[in-house]
Unconditional design. Structure first.
Length: 176
């Protein structure tokens, strides 16, 4: 029997495709207008939280980041900074497994705290990698990582809100 079900593969593919498309269409516009990395982190974290909620399997979030990176680099070969987001998805997946999927998804207060923590840490890692290897950030590396972490926090709030709204409406991953 396969580790990922067909529904898991569909969830991973949908979240990764949406992340890639938003990252190559809206992300560069936002970056050119503001020179702030918030949008990429926000969209990425929302979709990673959704993939985690949908699958609840180790490796699903990592695979989402990997597929999003492949798609992004295929459609926009110069977007090598996306390797930082791929690393962030690995960190996100590892922390979610460490904390436990039930703690991250089924307990209202603990879930929000856990997912916000994971979102901030993973996007800070992305900011460190992107700033160190792909950019020369003005204001320093720690400041740039902090901006990514802020984007991760905002995305975490949105992601937790979306998952809570789905759960309140009675939507469960098995019913999708």
């Amino acid at each position: 029997m396969a580790y990922f079900s067909t529904r898991d593969v569909i969830a991973i593919a949908m979240c990764a495709a949406l992340w890639a498309v938003l990252g190559i269409t809206i992300g560069p516009i936002f970056w050119r207008l503001t020179h702030m990395p918030f949008l990429c982190d926000m969209t990425g974290v929302v979709l990673l939280i959704l993939a985690l909620w949908w699958t609840r399997r180790l490796g699903a979030v990592t695979l989402t980041g990997f597929v999003a990176t492949i798609l992004t680099l295929t459609l926009m070969p110069g977007a090598t900074h996306f390797f930082g987001f791929m690393a962030a998805s690995v960190v996100f997946d590892a922390f979610a497994r460490l904390i436990g999927y039930r703690n991250c998804l089924d307990r209202p207060i603990l879930s929000a705290i856990s997912l916000l923590f994971i979102s901030v840490v993973s996007t800070a890692v992305a900011g460190l990698i992107i700033g160190r290897f792909f950019m020369n950030p003005m204001g320093g590396l720690a400041f740039f990582a902090g901006l990514h972490a802020l984007g991760g926090f905002i995305g975490g709030v949105i992601g937790v809100t979306v998952v809570r709204a789905l759960m309140v409406r009675g939507v469960t991953p098995s019913r999708l």
